[in-house]
Design a protein around this ligand. Structure first.
Ligand SMILES: [Zn+2]
Length: 117
């Protein structure tokens, strides 16, 4: 991949990474505060644990993306970025534009989801 495009995706990845780290930190902070609040009654506690579960699910998917972004940045450093990890074809720009941390091309991704790989 051209250096210019590579830099472009790298910037995109780093920006997204930054946002995710901020969101995760904030969500965890909110979860902790809800826990520490002594004025919360039982009904609120139930609502709270629901919220916490939701927040937890939220952070865990954020963490997943964060992990994939880190992997993508590693691939940039290793000069492997933009090629599908399975068929090794160069991925479409459209695909990378939508999901810059994508590891597989669309057709491999689909096969993977159908359990064919
Ligand atoms: Zn592929």
């Amino acid at each position: 991949m051209e250096k210019k495009r590579l830099e472009y995706y790298k910037k995109k990845l780093l920006t997204r990474r930054d946002e995710l780290v901020k969101t995760i930190t904030r969500t965890e902070e909110e979860g902790r505060q809800a826990d520490d609040d002594p004025t919360v009654d039982l009904a609120d506690k139930a609502a709270n644990s629901y919220t916490k579960e939701f927040l937890f699910g939220q952070t865990s998917s954020d963490r997943n993306i964060l992990h994939m972004i880190d992997e993508a940045l590693k691939r940039i450093r290793g000069n492997e970025y933009g090629n599908c990890a399975i068929c090794h074809e160069e991925m479409q720009q459209k695909r990378l534009e939508a999901v810059p941390w994508a590891k597989l091309c669309i057709s491999c991704q689909e096969k993977m989801e159908q359990g064919l790989l």
